[in-house]
Ligand binder design. Structure first.
Ligand code: FAD
Length: 486
């Protein structure tokens, strides 16, 4: 009886799992394995919110595999042992001859996986890796000139005309071998000691079933209005699939085909559903991975080299640290920014539009290095993803591929008035301003004292004055940009 290890990483699903299916095609017995080795992802080992999600997602996978009488085998490297050594021991203990896994694209993981594949092969084992996390792997698409893409629109045009294979079915049954012990999930210590994690994760259902439920709910209603509502933090306008996608609880091709099927059904019934905008956002995720693969240094360095000399403020000063902390905790005195950062801390996500506004304030008005914003997001987002986070921050800072032009500095008041016109979003997350009339809810510092009194607060006492003068700091940012423009 031949046995294979299936090494689960960020592909925590049984549906459309190419490594699992490939293993089943050639082996009678499957040993599903999870190896906890965050140190191998340094300096980008998962942050606190990601760890909470991972704990719950692994719980879900454990239970699904148990139902198929093929229990998940957990190994904890305790930050010392390597994944390779854990795999070698498992190969010995199980008598397996092959290791299957689905590919990931972060630079540190690529290096590690390459070394593991080489070592296993040299020692007479087979190591098979599969495509599962992306619609197109970075090397599958290139510009007409044979170069990597740096601009999204032609990348999207290319992706759009490529056939997307149908997702693979979930295996009906799995056979494993007996007497392989597993460490417990709790031994990985993924949950924080503070009870923040529990309330944060209560907004979500991590795991494969939760991912599919999210997709169905999204296709059931928000997709129809997605093109407009995706920009509205006051509405349930987007899919909220990002953490599920990051942990591989659902595959992009499951999403692609479900969306196309929904649109076709709707059009057959005379509806005018259009999945294009939504699928183009799925393609932004692909684009982010494409960029990270070809420009791995962009997690640290500006993609546009001109920005290497950008005059960020001195990060060692007390003012810099204090202001960064006020931003992190949602105490800037600018309601839409504070709402976003409080939403992030409470739920593990921030609405995309608000991510852009908050990142713009930090990098442009406050001249705080985007590294510091990216690091905070890394620790607090449940969808923290090296490719998407690096792209997002560099895009807003103006230094990235296909980035927003530097001189386009978001005005948080105008953005709030446009995308949260009634102020519902800020009222929810910033209760201090909840009683202000809509005219002032995005700019309490411009309201007269009696208006503030009627709304029950004093500026500077119950809610801070704005951390920056938007006009003055806008000009300061433009001047800073002039320094590097030439
Ligand atoms: P939807 O609008 O429903 O989009 C569907 C899916 O497309 C998303 O789940 C996501 O996987 C993908 N997607 C959408 N927009 C983008 C984008 N701009 N870049 C890459 N993929 C995208 N997204 C992350 O997944 N992880 C991050 O760490 C991350 N950091 C960001 C940091 C900044 C400063 C900014 C401006 C954006 C960042 N994004 C990140 C992109 C975006 O904000 C989120 O993907 C989106 O808010 C997730 O919500 P949703 O699932 O409802 O998206």
């Amino acid at each position: 009886m031949s046995t294979a290890l299936v090494w689960f990483r960020r592909d925590l699903r049984l549906h459309d799992n190419p490594a699992l299916i490939a293993a089943l095609e050639t082996h009678e017995n499957i040993v599903p394995v999870y190896i906890h080795a965050p140190h191998e992802e340094a300096p980008w080992q998962p942050g606190a919110a990601s760890n909470v999600w991972l704990h719950h997602s692994l719980t879900d996978l454990q239970s699904s595999l148990k139902k198929l009488t093929c229990p998940l085998v957990i190994r904890n490297t305790n930050g010392k042992e390597s994944s390779l050594s854990a795999l070698n021991k498992l190969l010995e203990d199980t008598g397996a001859d092959t290791v299957y896994w689905n590919r990931l694209y972060e630079p540190a993981i690529i290096e590690r996986d390459k070394a593991i594949k080489a070592d296993l092969t040299e020692n007479g084992f087979t190591a098979t890796s599969c495509k599962a996390a992306l619609l197109v792997e970075p090397w599958e698409v290139q510009t007409g000139g044979g170069a990597p893409y740096r601009v999204f629109t032609p990348f999207w045009k290319n992706i759009k005309q490529r056939p997307v294979p149908q997702p693979l079915a979930k295996p009906e049954q799995l056979a494993s071998i007996e007497n392989i012990t597993s460490e417990t999930l709790d031994s990985l210590s993924l949950l924080p000691t503070r009870n923040w994690g529990e309330s944060m994760i209560s907004h979500w259902q991590p795991g494969e079933a939760g991912a599919v439920a999210r997709l169905e709910q999204f296709l059931g209603a928000p997709l129809k209005t997605y093109a407009d509502d995706r920009n509205r933090p006051d509405r349930e306008g987007s899919s909220n699939l990002s953490p599920h996608l990051h942990f591989g609880e659902i595959s992009p091709r499951q999403i692609w085909h479900a969306t196309e099927a929904y649109v076709a059904r709707s059009q057959a019934q005379g509806g005018n559903a259009d999945g294009d905008k939504f699928l183009s956002e799925i393609a932004w995720r692909e684009f982010a991975h494409h960029l990270l693969f070809y420009y791995p240094e962009t997690t640290e360095k500006p993609m546009n080299a001109k920005f290497s000399g950008f005059p960020w403020r001195d990060s060692t000063t007390a003012d810099y640290k204090k202001e960064l902390q006020l931003w992190q905790k949602g105490n800037t005195g600018i309601p839409i920014i504070d709402a976003g950062l409080r939403e992030l801390y409470a739920t593990g996500v921030m609405h995309n539009r608000v991510r852009m506004i908050a990142a713009s304030l930090l990098t442009k008005n406050m001249l705080i290095h985007w590294h510091d914003g990216a690091a905070w997001f890394w620790d607090t987002l449940v969808d923290a993803d090296l490719a998407a986070n690096s792209l997002g921050w560099q895009w807003v800072a103006g230094s990235g591929a296909d980035a927003a032009p530097y001189f386009r500095i978001f005005n948080p008041v105008l953005q709030g008035e446009k995308f949260d016109p009634e102020g519902d979003y800020v009222r929810h997350w910033v209760p201090e301003v909840a009683k202000l009339p809509k005219k002032w809810v995005h700019k309490p510092w411009e309201a007269k004292d009696e208006v503030l009194q009627q709304a029950g607060f004093t500026l500077g006492k119950h809610y801070p004055r704005p951390i920056v003068d938007l006009k003055v700091t806008r000009q300061r940012a433009l001047d800073a940009y002039k320094e590097i423009k030439g």
